[in-house]
Design a protein around this ligand. Structure first.
Ligand SMILES: Nc1nc2c(ncn2[C@@H]2O[C@H](COP(=O)(O)OP(=O)(O)OP(=O)(O)O)[C@@H](O)[C@H]2O)c(=O)[nH]1
Ligand SMILES: [Mg+2]
Length: 458
């Protein structure tokens, strides 16, 4: 059974290199119960950095998919790399989601790739949430980071949280909507009263938030002007609308290493970010009429799907990560790749939890999944119903020349931002297909079983 479209949240996790995106995804998976052990990038045990090169270098190289269920909703997480050499993946990943979670480091603030992913999200008109992560680090500062966000990024950024404690004693946040302090005890959030020393700042930032919420809607604004405040349900409604329309960008606190802010972020994703059903109809070209046309995100509409990432494994073959934009993609169906004039047999279709595929009968509109062994299809291609050929706009990538060009500014950023980057990083060949190098060169079936990165769950 495909997932009900209104209950899906597709979220791209983007940001500068090494700010904690993969750790945040892992912490969200753990909080939802999708994984039973909290993996760590530093041990090479996370769900989404599973490639041997990623484990060795402790960085993300490829976009990965993961999912978890939270309060009756399916959250699909697209974990993207943050280093400049791989940032094109973040752009492609953002093409298939309804919202971006932009992670920034609480010490460094806005960095080069933060600005870049912000631009990508703006190109796709995506609602955004900013997570100020690593607030447990020495010299971290939420307010300085917030100022750097407001100064350097376009949009109305509003703090939804204020930190409780700082650096190694960072222990939670003030929720400016509920007007409660939330601290994490034994990995679980616990609500309490706002500490007295935060009263003035809370009042100041609460006012800014209420004002911003009120300004998203004329009726609310007059109510706010009459009564001087707004209730929690009105605030939540205004926030949802304001975020979806891009009028507001909420900023929240986190230290994923301590599981702080993770549950609140999941709530925010479910309560305030749009589902694929909230998207306008998808524009493309109807290849029968050769005219610009649209497709509704309806399970019964003709199938249209966009391939946004292709991986190749010597043992399994090609893996195509795709997003269903309309219709229902069924296992064992045949679709048309109109751009290449090829018919593609879908075989298994699956959800992807890092490297683990979970085969399903069908993927409905808004779902993100993977198909194996497509013969002709590459990244950016559309797959569509044979009887109703349709093509979505292709994903465009910056030219490899401009991506690989090294500038002193970029080199400096890389050095500043992460010392773990190897002194002379091996270049990963970039093309529409990412080829995966393996530890073992043997290709016998037995070794394939042992060494394949991919696994299946029943
Ligand atoms: N102190 C602290 N360290 C963190 C936190 N979250 C992540 N880290 C560490 O930051 C480093 C980078 O974390 P990742 O999750 O790989 O960051 P990323 O943004 O996914 O990195 P790329 O995908 O390579 O851009 C790792 O050493 C993490 O353990 C945090 O909340 N506090
Ligand atoms: Mg990562």
């Amino acid at each position: 059974m495909a997932i009900e479209i209104g209950k899906i949240r597709n979220v791209g996790v983007v940001g500068h290199g090494g700010v904690g995106k993969t750790s945040l995804v892992e912490a969200m998976l753990f909080a939802t119960g999708a994984v039973t052990r909290l993996g760590r990038v530093d041990d090479g045990s996370t769900t989404t950095d599973f490639d041997p090169d990623e484990i060795k270098r402790k960085i993300s190289i490829n976009t990965s998919l993961a999912y978890g269920d939270w309060k009756g909703h399916r959250i699909n997480l697209v974990d993207t790399p943050g280093y400049g050499d791989f940032i094109a993946d973040a752009r492609a990943g953002l093409r298939v989601v309804e919202a971006a979670v932009v992670v920034v480091d609480a010490v460094a603030g806005v960095q080069v790739q933060t600005e870049k992913v912000w631009k990508f999200a703006s190109e796709y008109n995506l609602p955004r949430v900013v997570v100020v992560n690593r607030l447990d680090r020495e010299r971290s500062d939420f307010f300085r980071t917030f100022e750097s966000l407001a100064r350097r990024l376009k949009g109305r950024l509003v703090a939804l949280h204020l930190p409780v404690g700082e650096e190694s004693s960072f222990k939670g946040f003030v929720d400016l909507v509920k007007m409660k302090a939330v601290t994490v005890v034994g990995g679980k959030p616990v609500e309490g009263e706002i500490p007295g020393d935060l009263a003035d700042r809370t009042k100041e930032y609460r006012e800014k938030l209420v004002e911003a919420a009120a300004e998203t809607d004329d009726e609310l604004l007059s109510k706010y002007l009459d009564e001087g405040s707004l209730g929690e349900p009105e605030m939540l409604k205004a926030l949802r609308a304001g975020i979806a329309e891009g009028k507001l960008v909420p900023v929240v606190c986190a230290a994923t290493a301590k599981s702080i802010g993770v549950h609140a972020l999941l709530d925010l994703i479910v309560d305030s970010l749009p589902s694929p059903a909230d998207r306008a109809e998808i524009a493309g070209t109807d290849l029968k009429t050769k005219q610009a046309s649209t497709r509704a995100a309806d399970a019964k509409a003709p199938v249209t799907a966009l391939v946004f990432k292709t991986l190749s494994d010597p043992h399994i073959g090609r893996l195509s990560l795709f997003r269903v934009t309309s219709g229902t993609v069924r296992a064992d169906s045949t679709l048309l790749n109109p751009g290449r004039g090829a018919r593609e047999r879908m075989g298994h279709v699956s959800w992807l939890q890092g490297k683990t595929q979970k085969n399903v009968e069908a993927l409905g509109p808004g779902e993100i999944g993977v198909a194996q062994k497509l013969k002709e299809t590459l990244t950016g291609d559309t797959l569509s119903d044979e009887a109703h050929p349709f093509e979505l706009p292709r994903i465009t990538f910056p030219s490899p020349r401009s991506r690989s060009r090294s500038s002193p500014r970029r080199a400096a950023t890389r050095t500043r931002s992460r010392t773990r980057w190897p002194a002379s990083p091996k270049r990963i060949p970039r093309s529409t297909t990412t080829s995966i190098r393996r530890r073992s060169s043997s290709s016998s079936p037995a070794s394939a079983a042992c060494t394949s990165r991919w696994s299946w769950s029943a």
